[in-house]
Design a protein around this ligand. Sequence first.
Ligand code: SAH
Length: 390
Amino acid sequence: MAPLRVLELYSGIGGLHCGLTESGVSAEVVAAVDVNTTANEVYKHNFPNTPLWPKTIEGISLEDLDSLTFDMILMSPPCQPFTRIGLQGDVSDPRAKSFLYILEILPRLQKRPRYILLENVKGFETSEAREALTRTLESCGYIYQEFLLSPPCLGIPNSRLRYFLIAKLQGERFSFQTTINILEGFPRSHTPQLDSSGTAVRLESNLHTDQESVSHKQCPEGAILYKLETAEQLERKLTQDNDGSVQTLQDFLEENVEVGQHLLPTKSLLRYALILDIVKPTCRRSTCFTKGYGHYVEGTGSVLQAATDVEISAVYKSLETLSEEEKLTKLSTLKLRYFTPREIANLHGFPAEFGFPDKITTKQRYRLLGNSLNVHIVAKLISLLLQNTV
Ligand code: SAH
């Protein structure tokens, strides 16, 4: 069979392309489209033979798209319009324009692609954009399945809960029983697993806790609440660290990191000490790395305790009673550092040969990685999408 012709929209640094390669499917990206010049430099560096179109998606004509004759679309539209913390302008937000253009073009293509994969932030599932997407897919004759997936479901110690949709043209079937419910794990096997009602799909893993699905329990015995976190948050962290189905962070760390070069600045230490999410190499969790990582501290991703022999509780105990200087001396013993861009790429599942051109700054790397996605999840979804095609 001829390789599948794939169109990669909002290609960024090529996380979807890496997922496609990892899936082992015989395919060729016939065009990657993105307007961001920095992202495009990284993309070109890694995929020098892929045609890269540095333009806006809404600037591509129907004729140009038709001439590509692609079999598959992979896309991760910009998430701002759909985030809960964003403006929530949804489809009226100008940033949703290119996505609406794709929905408008799809029915008009000479040859509709057989396969579609879309990635977005959690929150998309309740947006008007999602309504418009599923309406278009149905009217164009697609069947689809939606997911909310986070890397721990593949044993990766990083939270990154994202919405995914895979769709294929009717006439082809999925290898599992589709459901209108959003799946929170991968279907277990190639054959449908029906429950007594005949609809539910059993999942490989839906046990992993994520920020969005917290169980409310009492403070675990012996735990000390020394930081600004609730008993539930602490309980969740302990549960995650004890989940043997997830790898430890040390498997993803670079060897010989110059700790001094990645330490948190003293200003951040003092200001954010109580809200930092601190993890050790032996932990089996880390919070979602966002584009502000390494620059802003609050809520942008975990920091790593490089001094593993120091007890964090001993450092935090009675911290408030100390002078700034004493506080800093104490906090410094933890050697809190940022994860390096390479380590975040490792957690995202980018292959070892993936790299950045030298001139891309560390801040730019964090930013690009913060916008990217987990490659292993994409690879698995592409395999699932292509399985059992008739
Ligand atoms: N999946 C990508 C990240 C996508 S982030 C990765 O792995 O890196 C969304 C991307 O959409 C950004 O790179 C942004 O530059 C691009 N983008 C946003 N609006 C666009 C438009 N109208 N046309 C083309 N690209 C756009």
